[in-house]
Every structure is written in C-alpha cells, then in structure tokens.
Design a binder for this molecule. Structure first.
Ligand code: HEC
Length: 202
C-alpha cells in the first residue's frame, strides 16, 4: 500500500507546483494549498470495507479471509482464517461478535499440511475443535486442554492472534510474525503485537 501513499504525495507535490506557477504573484501569500492534506484513495475505504481486501478462502462451502501467518524457526507455520460472516458482524471498536469462527491451518512445509484447529465464540467463551485438512468438520466444544494454554494469551478470551486480526482488518493486509519457540509453545505478547504486513500473500 506504501506506493499509493508515495503516489499520493507525488501527485500532491505536483499540484502544489502547478498551483504556485498558475497563481499570480499577488496571491502568493494564500495559505499553502489544501491539496497537501488530500488523502490518498485508500483512505476513502471505510473500516467496514477494508477487510474485503484480505485473501479469500473457501473451506467446505464457508467463506473465510486469511488474516495472519505465524512462522516458527523450525520452518513450520500456521495460517489463520476468520469467517466473512464474523467480519461483517464485527464493529471494530467492540469485542469479537458471538459466533466468531476462526480456523488455523498447520503446515510442516508448504506441501505438507497437518491438522486444522478451530474455535467458535459461544457467549463469553471459545469452544474448540480440529479436523484433518481433507475432511472439514466445524464441530466445536468446550475443551480444557486447549483453553488451559490459550488462557495465557494477552486477550482475556484467549486469542493469541487478536492484535494481528485487528490490524489485518484495519489495513486490508495479511499480518505475519515469527515465534522462535518450538511446537505450540506460545511466544510472549510482543510477538503477536509486532508483526509485518504481507503484500501479495497467497
Ligand atoms: C501449548 C499451548 C497451546 C495449546 C495446548 C493449544 N494452542 Fe491453539 N494456539 C497456541 C498459540 C501459541 C497460538 C498462536 C499461533 C502460534 O504462536 O503458533 C494458537 C493459535 C490458535 C488458533 C488461532 C487463533 C488464536 O487463538 O490465535 C486456533 C484456532 C487454535 N489455536 C486452536 C486450538 C485448539 C482447537 C486447541 C486444542 C485442541 C489448541 N489451540 C491448543 C497455543 C496452544
């Protein structure tokens, strides 16, 4: 998205140059043209529409958007997806809506996909589930073994990647971070709060 801003800035500067040439000397004291404060086109997109720029993925007939990838130093990585329904029901200033549904795909290598993990927000707690990649199953239930580890997340409801989700939705770009611990061991909060945006992820 940076190039848009650069383009915007260049256009702005061009217009200022044009205007200052076109204006007679006598009105040279006019306050600097407002042109410079003109926003690049991307800023016209509302929060509501921005999530629609995230890559779309269909799993078993349900439409999701890819919002985050967490890499591990052993080369494995996990990709997080949230349903379009959740995103369209979500008022950004508020907590995730009830029925929020997240799927996490686990990869050993780009070719070798392992178990998918799911979570569904039911009233004020998440229910958890899992399925093999080739046999989608969105059933969830309260699960203490999942919850006990997830309760260590900064988010009170146990979503480690919530800061990444919020940023991805605001920017319309997939977020990516690196956790240097093995397996599923959580990294510190800062790993999920300091991430990069990925341009043409797919
Ligand atoms: C030992 C800790 C641990 C356990 C146990 C665990 N998780 Fe996670 N889970 C994580 C971490 C850490 C992340 C963030 C991604 C990362 O760092 O790889 C995560 C992310 C997720 C996500 C993506 C949304 C989010 O919360 O960020 C889902 C969905 C998920 N886990 C489901 C499950 C399910 C289902 C179970 C139980 C079957 C489970 N997890 C058990 C540590 C755990």
């Amino acid at each position: 998205m940076k190039w848009i801003y650069t383009l915007g800035a260049l256009l702005g500067m061009g217009m200022i140059a044009l205007i200052s040439f076109a204006l007679p000397i006598s009105v040279d004291t006019t306050p600097t043209p407002q042109v410079i404060t003109e926003q690049p086109t991307s800023a016209a997109i509302t929060d509501y529409e921005t999530w629609m720029q995230l890559p779309q993925q269909e799993i078993d007939g349900v439409l999701f958007r890819h919002y985050a990838t967490v890499h591990r130093t052993d080369g494995t990585y996990r990709q997080m997806f949230i349903t379009e329904e959740t995103l369209s029901n979500w008022q950004q200033s508020e907590a995730l809506p009830s029925d929020a549904f997240i799927v996490m795909e686990t990869y050993y290598t780009p070719e070798v996909e392992s178990t998918n993990f799911t979570k569904l927000l039911t009233e004020d707690e998440f229910h958890y589930g899992s399925f093999s990649p080739n046999r989608p199953n969105f059933d969830t239930r309260p699960n203490n073994s999942c919850m006990s580890c997830h309760s260590g997340a900064a988010d009170a409801l146990g979503t480690f990647t919530l800061p990444m989700l919020q940023a991805a939705v605001n920017e319309g770009l997939v977020t990516q971070t690196l956790c240097d611990r093995s397996g599923r061991t959580p990294c510190g909060d800062e790993v999920y709060e300091q991430f990069n945006f990925v341009q043409d992820e797919e």
